[in-house]
Design a protein around this ligand. Structure first.
Ligand SMILES: Nc1ncnc2c1ncn2[C@@H]1O[C@H](COP(=O)(O)OP(=O)(O)O)[C@@H](O)[C@H]1O
Ligand SMILES: [Mg+2]
Length: 245
């Protein structure tokens, strides 16, 4: 078997008992699993496919929803060996938790649904015709207003206690004329400090600085500037309530 050396005993046990197979599940198999665990009643097309996860348009009763599935076998990372269900369950949980936390704090993110192992459901952004487009693929009619709403949204996330560490026009969807923040996978929760607070806060600020730079380059096409230093100053005040940095 490939990758023997990397797998721990629980995985060997599952392999021996034919509970896992070393092949990427087909669309049909993923759909069956999503239905079996009760995350949706119908599974439709794949909306997106990133480094580590696939996103499916689904139906829960009559309502459209979205299910994000962390892949167990194929990632964009080097090595490409199978990944344990446990670790991808952990990744899904981390993103789902952050999403839930951001949403409860009033941030402009899709409403979270449920999580089961390496999958979770959330509010579908879009209408019956098409999913909401990424900012990257949108021609904005009122770019200045949209930029203002984006900056408000980033500050709103920080107010909710979350710093989005992968901000880019690919992770902002345009829905009902407003920015919606998705893909909190690697976000940082800034008010529950596990590691030493200064490490976590500086990590958050560094990631935010990078994301704001990316957005600044995007808004250049409209001749607009994001003004990262001003936003960083405000977010820093917001998240660094105890003056640690
Ligand atoms: N709630 C949603 N509603 C509609 N489309 C979504 C939603 N969440 C994700 N998508 C689509 O799926 C794509 C991938 O989602 P994302 O969370 O960014 O995953 P990845 O980690 O693969 O980048 C997005 O670019 C978007 O087009
Ligand atoms: Mg993404």
């Amino acid at each position: 078997m490939p990758n023997d050396g990397y797998l721990d005993e629980s995985v060997h046990w599952k392999v021996r008992n034919e509970l896992i197979a070393f092949a990427e599940p087909t669309h049909g198999e993923v759909a069956d699993t999503i239905r079996e665990v009760g995350l949706a009643t119908e599974v439709g097309q794949r909306l997106g496919s990133g480094k580590e996860a696939d996103v499916y348009l689904c139906r829960e009763g009559r309502r459209l929803t979205v299910v994000k599935v962390y892949r167990l076998y194929r990632t964009a990372h080097r090595g490409g060996r199978p990944i344990k269900l446990e670790s991808m369950g952990q990744r899904a949980l981390q993103e789902f938790d952050l999403l839930d936390y951001a949403w409860q704090g009033g941030a402009h993110v899709p409403r979270p649904g449920d999580r089961v192992e390496n999958m979770f459901s959330m509010q579908y952004l879009g209408d019956a015709q098409a999913p909401a487009p990424m900012l990257q693929h949108t021609r904005l009619e009122a770019p200045e207003d949209f930029l203002r709403a984006t900056v408000d949204g980033i500050e709103g996330l920080a107010e909710a206690g979350v710093v989005h560490s992968d901000l880019s026009p690919f992770n902002i969807l345009v829905h009902q004329g407003r920015p919606w923040f998705i893909d909190l996978a690697a976000g940082v929760r800034v008010d529950r400090l596990g590691s030493p607070p200064w490490e976590r806060l500086s990590e958050a600020i560094r990631a935010l600085e990078h994301g704001l730079g990316t957005l600044d380059r995007y808004f250049h096409r409209y001749g607009l500037r994001v003004e990262p230093p001003d936003i960083l100053r405000r977010v820093r005040t917001q998240i660094d309530r105890y003056g640690i940095l």
